[in-house]
Write a protein that binds this ligand. Structure first.
Ligand code: ZN
Length: 117
């Protein structure tokens, strides 16, 4: 499952940071993901909770923030967007063109914040 490897690398990064700063445990991790990144928030949360159980990080919080989709029309330059991938199939609000929209934001997957103790 995609989410397991995601949480693994997230915890790996957190542990490096914890080691580097001579801390003991993770308190909170914030992940920002694009609407097209394929992240299923509920599954990610579930994996996170399962994988920190019985570790020093048990009880840590996972904050998930979805970055909305932002598209740019290559024909008229209009930037538009939507909350999910359905927006990919909408015509450009500027010129009505259906295809070729460039994804400016939506594929990101970023560990944006770590709180450790
Ligand atoms: Zn357009």
């Amino acid at each position: 499952m995609h989410e397991i490897s995601l949480v693994q690398s997230l915890l790996c990064m957190a542990e490096e940071e914890i080691f580097r700063r001579n801390c003991a445990r993770l308190l909170m991790a914030r992940v920002e993901y694009g609407a097209l990144s394929g992240v299923v928030p509920k599954a990610l949360q579930f994996c996170f909770d399962a994988m920190i159980q019985g570790t020093p990080h048990e009880g840590a919080r996972l904050e998930l923030a979805c970055l909305p989709l932002r598209l740019r029309c290559p024909f008229c330059g209009r930037v538009f967007g939507g909350q999910d991938q359905d927006a990919l199939h909408l015509p450009c609000p500027g010129c009505g063109e259906l295809f070729g929209h460039i994804v400016e934001q939506g594929k990101e997957l970023i560990l944006s914040r770590l709180e450790i103790l």
